[in-house]
Design a protein around this ligand. Structure first.
Ligand SMILES: Cc1cc2nc3c(=O)[nH]c(=O)nc-3n(C[C@H](O)[C@H](O)[C@H](O)COP(=O)(O)OP(=O)(O)OC[C@H]3O[C@@H](n4cnc5c(N)ncnc54)[C@H](O)[C@@H]3O)c2cc1C
Ligand code: SF4
Ligand code: SF4
Length: 456
């Protein structure tokens, strides 16, 4: 793989995802929130050594797969041992989680085992700040937040791993894990033994802070007074809940916004608010994690009141963990096939149909693009070049509008020129998920209704 000289292309392109591993190579580096893009960025170009571990420069998936799984023959869904639909049997834990509450169930189980010394997972610090912490006891797990979708900087995950003796469970999004493993492989391969299990999140995108500024503007919320935020919980989709603290009285107020139907939410969390790297990301299924947890967005789970998780277990140990949790009555599982991953994520995401095409387009324009060829490349059908060309022009224009904080303009744009496309998405959702047209026309087979009855 050709490596660029330093992090300057990452700074210029806004491709940083805040994994923080470059700080472990160059201690003069800092991660800051860029005022224009409202995303995390490294403070300066640093060196080739920092660039060599940076997942915004490139990720060597074949080498990492061989190193981690001793596997060279990896399929388009990565290494797959078993695929499950799963839900915590604890109704409260399930309801407060983002999907089925499976991450917390796995953490509680693993933290109770004698060969696990702790778990490194994201927790809330203050305001929009969330940081990885080291948990030592199963009782601490229910204090963790659900999924946090805004841009974060997380150098502490590797810091905790480096500075503590023992064996740890690590919870991470895909690009974060890419950075951590690239650093470990290059700088301290023995550290890999400290990782007992990696629990990966499936990940479609992260949002820059303009998204939060925009929703605050639409709803009359004081962005600077945000003291906490939750995106999920209370049902399968969940509501965005922004808590503000009155600076004079210290009173807290919670603002609740529907994620599926609220028009302001749809504008503020439009995909143009995603980090640029998310649009060229081909690792949404978290190829490097031992076990991956995502939402089961399926026709068969659309009636779930509390949410169901989609699990890709990549190792026999992770599969055994799921079976143990089921046997112990803590989790309900149903073994399914990779078809459910394809349907839940769509091929565009699972195989990178859009990302591979967009990466090619960016390279043709001479724009920095991370070098990444995943095991899904063989299954990808890159979308039409005209589609990525249109997307790029629109993305750049919208990023300019975001930089100028013209969120109202974006609101009106979605309400007028983009309205047809916007409504089209709801129609598509209703046809595929509710009316199950694919199954009706023989395009796929849904899991048996009787089998699905085990989920709430
Ligand atoms: C940025 C992001 C994007 C996602 N996109 C998708 C998607 O497109 N499709 C899909 O199916 N699933 C996606 N997920 C995963 C999904 O939201 C749920 O997290 C997943 O189904 C696990 O559900 P749960 O009920 O077990 O987890 P939860 O109980 O919600 O627990 C999640 C745990 O993960 C950790 N965590 C939360 N946010 C982060 C973060 N930003 N970085 C690192 N660790 C974190 C926390 O410690 C938390 O305890 C995404 C998650 C994130 C964080
Ligand atoms: S992506 Fe990670 S390694 Fe690269 S610049 Fe950003 S924080 Fe540093
Ligand atoms: S979509 Fe990819 S690049 Fe974006 S946050 Fe998720 S793993 Fe990282």
């Amino acid at each position: 793989m050709t490596r660029r000289l330093d992090l300057q292309p990452v700074i210029d392109s806004g491709m940083c995802i805040g994994c923080g591993v470059c700080l472990h190579v160059d201690d003069t580096l800092e991660l800051t929130l860029d005022a224009t893009t409202q995303a995390v960025t490294p403070s300066h170009a640093s060196t080739a050594e920092a660039a060599a571990v940076c997942p915004a420069i490139g990720v060597d998936f074949p080498a990492l797969h061989e190193w981690l799984f001793e596997a060279t023959d990896v399929g388009p869904f990565g290494v797959v041992d078993e695929v499950f639909l799963a839900q915590s049997t604890d109704a409260d834990r399930n309801l407060s989680a983002s999907s089925g509450g499976l991450i917390k169930e796995m953490l509680i189980e693993l933290l109770g085992r004698p060969d696990v010394d702790g778990a490194i997972a994201l927790t809330h610090v203050d305001g929009l700040d969330f940081q990885p912490v080291l948990l030592n006891h199963p009782d601490e797990v229910d204090t963790l937040p659900g999924s946090i979708y805004h841009a974060l900087s997380q150098p502490q995950a590797l810091e905790l791993l480096r500075s503590n003796e023992g064996r740890f469970v690590l919870v991470a999004i895909p690009c974060q894990l890419e950075g951590i493993y690239q650093w470990i492989r290059a700088h301290e391969p023995s550290l890999r033994d400290r990782i007992h299990t990696t629990i990966g999140l499936l990940c479609g995108w992260q949002f820059n802070h303009h998204a939060l500024r925009a929703i605050c503007q639409f709803k009359g919320i004081d962005f600077d007074a945000i003291s906490d935020i939750a995106y999920r919980g209370g049902g399968p989709i969940g509501k965005l809940r922004i808590t503000t603290r009155d600076p004079d009285t210290a009173d807290h107020e919670e603002h609740t916004i529907g994620r599926r139907v609220d028009f302001g939410y749809q504008v503020a969390f439009d995909r143009s608010f995603n980090l640029p790297r998310c649009h060229v990301c081909i690792d949404h299924s978290n190829f490097l994690a031992d076990v991956v947890v995502g939402d089961a967005w399926l026709p068969s789970t659309v009636t779930s009141r509390t949410g169901v998780s989609l699990i890709v277990s990549r190792t026999p140990e992770a599969t055994a963990l799921l079976h143990d949790l089921d046997a112990g009555g803590r989790v309900t599982t149903l073994t399914v096939t990779t078809d459910e991953v394809r349907e839940s994520q769509k091929e565009r995401i699972a195989f990178g149909d859009f990302a591979y095409a967009y990466a090619d387009h960016r390279r043709a324009l001479g724009l920095h693009t991370p070098e990444m060829t995943g095991p899904n490349r063989v299954a990808a059908s890159p979308v039409d070049p005209d589609e990525v060309k249109r997307f790029h022009a629109e993305f750049e224009r919208k990023r300019e509008l975001q930089a100028a904080r013209r969120y109202r303009f974006l609101w009106w744009r979605k309400a007028t020129v983009e309205l047809r496309r916007h409504i089209g998405r709801y129609v598509n959702w209703a046809l595929v998920r509710v009316l199950k047209v694919k199954s009706l026309f023989g395009g796929r087979k849904e899991p048996d209704r009787g089998d699905m009855a085990r989920f709430r």
